[in-house]
Design a protein around this ligand. Structure first.
Ligand SMILES: Nc1ncnc2c1ncn2[C@@H]1O[C@H](COP(=O)(O)OP(=O)(O)OP(=O)(O)O)[C@@H](O)[C@H]1O
Ligand SMILES: [Mg+2]
Length: 368
């Protein structure tokens, strides 16, 4: 080697994957010379295994391999929660448009065509290793922020629960007589307190779920039971807005395995939306049907619906779209993201279709 200075990120770990021993040898020598610690794999399967065991800072991956192509390896890495942030640079023999689009589409962070200048490869690796390190830093900071948010929400929730208890005791007459005006003020305090408690519960839910700490407790239950409980909870709100709630759940669906409280939360979030985004006189239906391998539950309304271009971001956190509450209800944009994450924990699905102006249908499914 002509250049004696180490131009790599000394000590960073690179996983090099190629079915050609010669390529492995040449790139390994070059990267090692510049300070990288290099491990090698001669197949896609081995690469995925080593990525899990060795946590490399970057993966340099050949596209054409006999057992598993590089784009498939990348797809699997990017679908794995533990491995998805490891940067992948794809090595391709071809440089045509289709090949490059395919590489990037599979989730590769960068690509380089074979016959490259080794120095260019080194700089690409340096760039990706730097990005990966920044990503790790961000994740750490994010985890600290989540923990802080959780602690703060938890403590604030305790104080607000106290205010709720104390105002409740005045409203119930336990603290002696109050005037009509004072009662009106107390009722308003209690209403605001409930709104704050709901918001804090949602924030806590999101933070517990995203930190991976929410564990569900699935057991066999009747789907009709959980849906009935959620449905009944919304009868007063629907009545207050003159919205008709229709029940379309058969009694004879065999028990399904799920976490009762969490599936009730999903159903309640969907019903709450339907009632919130419908106007007086409109209709909401809660229904279910058993299919061959799953039970599907739907909440269907004939309200304002959702714009087609907004459907893909429906389940993102804090996503409030063009459809607005019709009765001054609060809208934080958390309900559907919580529902989606609960369904993911159940290995179930949740999706929606809508014709803007004609209403929306939300469906979730649980395997039998
Ligand atoms: N049934 C529906 N009809 C029309 N738009 C809807 C419906 N359900 C959800 N949306 C749209 O999707 C957005 C996201 O819904 P989501 O339940 O996540 O949040 P939110 O209802 O705004 O607040 P939160 O549920 O946290 O109180 C809503 O702001 C609304 O624009
Ligand atoms: Mg909602």
């Amino acid at each position: 080697m002509v250049n004696r200075k180490k131009l790599g990120i000394v000590g960073a770990k690179v996983l090099l994957v190629d079915d050609s021993d010669v390529t492995l040898h040449v790139i390994k020598s070059y990267l090692t010379h510049h300070g990288y610690s290099v491990i090698t794999a001669s197949s896609g399967k081995l690469a995925i295994e080593l990525a899990g065991k060795e946590s490399p800072d970057c993966i340099v991956l050949d596209l054409m391999m006999p057992d598993m192509q590089g784009d498939e390896v990348t797809r699997r890495l990017k679908a794995d929660k533990e491995l998805q942030y490891i940067p992948v640079i794809m090595l391709t023999a071809k440089s045509d448009r289709e090949t490059i689009i395919n590489c990037l589409n599979s989730g590769a962070n960068d690509f380089i065509t074979k016959g490259y200048d080794p120095r260019v490869l080194l700089e690409r690796v340096n760039g990706q290793v730097r990005m990966g390190k920044l990503q790790k830093e961000l994740q750490k900071i994010n985890a600290v922020k989540d923990r802080f948010l959780r602690m703060a929400s938890h403590d604030i929730r305790n104080s607000i629960s106290c205010i709720k208890l104390l105002t409740g005791s005045v409203i119930d007459g336990l603290e002696g007589p109050v005037s009509e005006d004072q009662m009106d003020v107390m009722n308003r305090i209690q209403h605001q307190t409930n709104t704050m408690l709901n918001l804090l519960n949602d924030i806590l839910d999101v933070s517990v779920i995203t930190s991976g700490e929410l564990k569900i407790k699935p057991k066999p239950h009747s789907i009709a039971d959980v849906l009935k409980e959620a449905f009944e909870g919304f009868v007063p709100a629907a009545k207050a807005k003159s919205i008709t709630l229709n029940w379309a759940v058969p009694d004879n669906i065999s028990p399904v395995t799920f976490d009762y409280n969490r599936i009730m939360e999903v159903t309640a979030n969907l019903l709450s939306n339907a009632v919130k985004y419908c106007k007086p006189g409109e209709q909401v239906e809660l229904g279910a049907k058993a299919m061959e391998e799953e039970v599907q539950v739907w909440v269907k309304d004939n309200g304002q619906g959702i714009k087609e271009e907004e459907l893909p971001s429906l389940f993102n956190s804090f996503e409030r779209l063009s459809s607005k509450p019709t009765g001054h209800e609060k809208s934080t944009g958390l309900g559907l993201s919580i529902a989606k994450q609960i369904m993911d924990l159940h290995k179930g699905k949740i999706w929606a279709h809508s014709e803007y102006g004609e209403g929306a249908t939300f469906i979730f499914s649980l395997s039998i």
